[in-house]
Design a protein around this ligand. Structure first.
Ligand code: HEC
Ligand code: HEC
Length: 325
């Protein structure tokens, strides 16, 4: 049945490709919050002071927390023993996968969760990045994704296979709460995510999806227990549910057709439920803009062809809200 569906959809994909070309789609810059320029006078902050996060008895220094060849591991019980490429990488070309994606693969809003994804899917995505078929849709330089593309160029097939086998075996758990709001706190950017500025009041959200670190310090310390907060426009979740489950306004097939009844993913198709809505929305935008053009994404390019940014916000918000604690 799935194969028949693929044939039908692949036929539509050809016409949709024409639509996508006629209507180039620009990724919105609010989806890729950038760090402010580094201060001219570096702070006298002590890089050797031991730092802590709640519920962990370990400590790391600022210098250790910025070493990309060593994944900070605040909660060693939360995952199986890491293979060397995940915990250390291979200097000078390959950063530790676990530095960005976290040791248990839960990821952070500026990258992607990998826990529980099919190993073959992980391998294929890295191969697509290496060949250039999958790029970031960011409107300019965006260091987290740019570094991932470099990582894909330099990691060996064996390293990627080892990392894929490891991450696919880790248990996924949602790290985001999705809240519908028309107004959101005024924000600054810390570590590629939004954080509220105390006492600065609020502003209109408009047609955006913004993910906040409720505790900027814990985010900067790479605390992988931190729960993020995503703000989405009022009624997004109900509209997203229609897109996901059927009955929506567009002709796109409901997401559950392929991603599973609870959007939990299948043996070959990635999970959507509970993942960072920032990541999900970046990928929908990448399919739509043509930045993510791998062969296996043909079905997704057909799905997003008729979706506008508001629809994509709704779908990402709904998917992320599933399994949210
Ligand atoms: C510098 C940080 C960084 C490092 C190190 C890193 N990644 Fe990534 N990774 C990212 C970012 C950012 C993305 C999202 C890219 C995008 O689509 O814009 C990503 C995305 C991915 C994806 C796509 C996930 C999906 O659901 O499609 C895979 C797979 C992946 N990385 C595997 C790896 C592996 C394997 C390693 C180690 C060899 C690694 N990454 C190291 C930052 C990193
Ligand atoms: C006809 C099957 C099909 C339908 C329907 C479908 N998807 Fe997908 N989706 C896929 C496949 C296959 C992939 C993996 C693409 C690849 O390998 O590059 C994917 C990937 C994705 C990704 C990227 C995930 C990641 O880990 O990077 C997102 C986000 C996504 N889909 C969202 C949706 C949403 C939202 C809907 C409904 C509006 C939807 N999909 C409907 C087949 C489908």
């Amino acid at each position: 049945m799935f194969r028949a569906l693929i044939i039908v959809l692949a036929c539509c994909a050809a016409c949709c490709a024409a639509v996508a070309q006629a209507d180039p789609f620009a990724a919105p810059s609010w989806l890729y919050p950038l760090l402010p320029p580094a201060p001219a006078n570096p702070s006298p902050f002590d890089k050797r002071k031991p730092l802590h996060v709640p519920q962990s008895r370990l400590s790391y220094t600022e210098a250790q927390l910025s070493d990309m060849y060593s994944a900070p591991d605040w909660f060693p019980q939360s995952h199986a023993p890491m293979p060397p490429v995940v915990t250390r990488g291979r200097a000078p070309d390959v950063y530790a996968c676990g530095f960005c994606h976290t040791p248990s693969g839960q990821g952070r809003p500026e990258n992607a969760s990998l826990a529980g994804l099919p190993a073959a899917y992980i391998i294929r995505q890295v191969a697509d990045m290496k060949s250039g078929a999958r790029r970031s849709a960011a409107p300019g330089a965006y260091r987290p994704s740019d570094r991932m593309m470099q990582e894909a160029l330099h990691a060996s097939d064996a390293e990627v296979a080892t990392a894929a086998a490891y991450f696919s075996q880790q248990h996924f758990s949602s790290h985001v709460r999705v809240l519908e709001r028309s107004r959101v706190p005024r924000s600054r950017v810390v570590g590629w995510v939004y954080a509220a500025v105390a006492g600065a009041g609020d502003e209109l959200l408009g047609e955006r999806l913004v993910e906040f670190a409720p505790d900027a310090e814990r985010h900067e310390h790479r605390d992988d227990n931190l729960m993020y907060t995503a703000y989405v426009p009022p009624d997004s979740l109900a509209r997203g549910r229609l897109l996901a489950r059927g009955g929506g306004v567009t002709a796109a097939p409901p997401c559950i057709t392929c991603h599973g009844d609870q959007l939990q993913g299948t043996a070959v198709i990635p999970r959507l439920a509970g993942r960072s809505p920032t990541y999900l929305l970046r990928q929908l935008v990448a399919f739509k803009s043509g930045a993510r053009a791998g062969a296996n994404g043909a079905l997704m390019r057909m799905v997003v062809a008729n979706l506008q940014i508001g629809d994509m916000i709704d779908a990402a918000a709904y998917a992320a809200s599933l399994e949210s604690p």
